[in-house]
Write a protein that binds this ligand. Structure first.
Ligand code: BTN
Length: 263
């Protein structure tokens, strides 16, 4: 079924997230749209959804493949009451919420890779990009962007990501209703967000640790031109990955791309 403003609006009306909704059949990037809305004073919970993006953005200045009619591209404005140093808790909680959502379609097969890739069978099915507006060392708002590969067939993936990305269609063999998926995504996001605001990061962190295959594994993290290798030992309160490097030295990594090394 095609997405449209009316059907999404009806489904999200009265919900914690999406009470204010902006739908585009095509836009540059839902994150850019949401950021502009945030600057203009849009309230927390404002949601942007697009059927396609012509400038979809990934982490580390990458492009996010965003064709029409198949996937979910959405961004939400959050105004979390947390310190700036804890801002990375937000994309971590989004990973947990997405994994819980996708688990319904692919039970026991969804995993998380730090910092916030959602994987099925080791292949990426969802990417999360958080962008923060800061003033005076405090968070003004966070734009949380989520892209989920839903009904894309293997042939529709660009050559360079064919082997490392997947979709729900590929994994389940079934076409999935994007509207149902959006509703359940925003329900789970609201649940995790309330948990963070009311009870702190503890339960989200526990869920994340249960959903990741990384702990105890040797991982390599690349950031810009630097590479660090160590055994993944845990997740810090600020969302950093805790690594034990040679000589059992504890190092916290706050950004980068992680690879689990097969030994
Ligand atoms: C990643 O590199 O893993 C993050 C990808 C994030 C993609 C989503 S799609 C919706 C939102 N708008 C964007 O331009 N990017 C995010």
């Amino acid at each position: 079924m095609n997405l449209n403003q009316e059907s999404i609006q009806k489904s999200l009306a009265g919900e914690f997230f999406g009470h204010k909704l902006y739908y585009f059949s095509e836009t540059g990037s839902t994150n850019d749209e949401a950021f502009s809305l945030g600057i203009a004073g849009a309230p927390e919970g404002t949601v942007v959804i697009a059927d396609s993006q012509n400038k979809g953005k990934g982490r580390m200045q990458r492009v996010w493949h965003s064709p029409a009619g198949a996937n979910i591209y959405t961004s939400i404005i959050l105004i979390p009451q947390i310190q700036l140093s804890k801002a990375s808790q937000i994309p971590i909680l989004a990973g947990v919420a997405v994994a819980e959502t996708l688990n319904k379609y692919c039970p026991e097969k969804v995993h998380l890779k730090w910092p916030n890739d959602v994987l099925i069978g080791g292949k990426k099915v969802c990417g999360i990009l958080a962008q923060i507006k800061i003033s005076k060392e405090a968070i003004d708002f966070v734009v949380l962007g989520i892209g989920i590969n839903v009904n894309l067939s293997r042939e529709q993936f660009p050559q360079d990501i064919k082997e490392i990305a997947t979709s729900l269609l590929i994994e389940t063999g079934c076409k999935i209703s994007r509207l149902e998926l959006i509703i359940s995504l925003y329900e789970n996001l609201a649940k995790c967000y309330k948990q963070l605001q009311q009870k702190g990061f503890g339960q989200i962190k526990e869920k994340w640790l249960r959903l990741t295959p990384m702990i105890g594994q040797t991982v390599q993290v690349m950031f810009k031109d630097e590479m660090i290798e160590g055994k993944a030992a845990g997740l810090d309160e600020d969302g950093s990955l805790i690594l034990l490097t040679d000589g059992n030295k504890e190092v916290k990594v706050s950004a980068g791309d992680a690879t689990i090394l097969k030994r």
